[in-house]
Design a protein around this ligand. Sequence first.
Ligand SMILES: NC(=O)c1ccc[n+]([C@@H]2O[C@H](COP(=O)([O-])OP(=O)(O)OC[C@H]3O[C@@H](n4cnc5c(N)ncnc54)[C@H](O)[C@@H]3O)[C@@H](O)[C@H]2O)c1
Length: 302
Amino acid sequence: MKILLTGGAGFIASHICDRLISEGHEVVVIDNLSTGRLELLNPRAYFYQLDLCDPAIALVFQIEKPELVIHHAAQVSVSNSQENPVFDAVNNIIGSLNLYENCRQYKVKKIIYASSAAIYGEPLYLGIDEKHPVKPLSFYGLSKYLAEIYLRYYAGLFGLKFTILRYANVYGPRQRSDGEGGVIAIFLSSLLKGEAPMIFGQGEQSRDFIYVADIVEANIQALTRAENEVLNLGTGKELSINQLYASIEALLCSQLQPVYVPERPGDIMHSYFDQRKAAELLDWKASYPLQEGLRKTIEYMS
Ligand SMILES: NC(=O)c1ccc[n+]([C@@H]2O[C@H](COP(=O)([O-])OP(=O)(O)OC[C@H]3O[C@@H](n4cnc5c(N)ncnc54)[C@H](O)[C@@H]3O)[C@@H](O)[C@H]2O)c1
């Protein structure tokens, strides 16, 4: 199948790109390389360095005629979104809208959209299922959600089929380790440099950490399943930052103690997903044990 993949030079979608190509699909990537890197891009993908808002993406649809679109390109920084909500909205809402409009014009069969746990805001109960109220705490969460709503309008008004995948905290090789990366990449990067990482608050806050290969597998299953469905993708388990740190410390045989600093205002205390709907509709389960995912990430970063 010919698949258009947005954000294919970034962390998660570059892994999806590799898997699609290894399964014999033709992959066309659109990425503006704002956070993506050319070295992550599979050389067998057809690459267009373009911003999602660029009207020239119509030419990509015209030339390539993709059957299906997997949409991962986004401004992904929560702090950037708070500092510059307009930039966030242009990338995540207007960029998505320009993409959907081309999907409509060029009669794309289906779009898979990567959304986020950030749309839920402070959890009212755990594990968070798809019926949990949506009340994002950041402009990033809001823009990711509004792009979902636009997609549902495109489905309702024009019959564009979709699967919305809401990701928990994804980690793995290729994730950025600067301030905007995930906590695992940040911890590993510090420890591998022999520096003590910072932990905000007491470290008892917990998250649902899912390995990138499990996310890739869910996207592969969604190519042919879960039409017009919204699914939470997580492990269904919570892990505290202290527990995470202890696992990493043990794997690296490090003696470095973390530095505890005051908690960040607005940080959520606990969050994990109920993954049962995704398990049922995608015939899928997050299957990578944490130790194995961490080991692979360490291997990549060393
Ligand atoms: N990493 C996570 O834990 C996580 C969790 C939930 C949801 N997500 C979602 O998954 C997707 C991928 O995230 P990631 O962690 O791989 O981030 P990433 O920054 O590595 O990847 C995003 C890619 O999109 C490209 N891009 C950004 N804005 C663009 C634009 N306007 N036009 C074209 N290309 C653009 C970037 O250059 C980059 O290659 C995002 O949609 C994000 O919201 C990620």
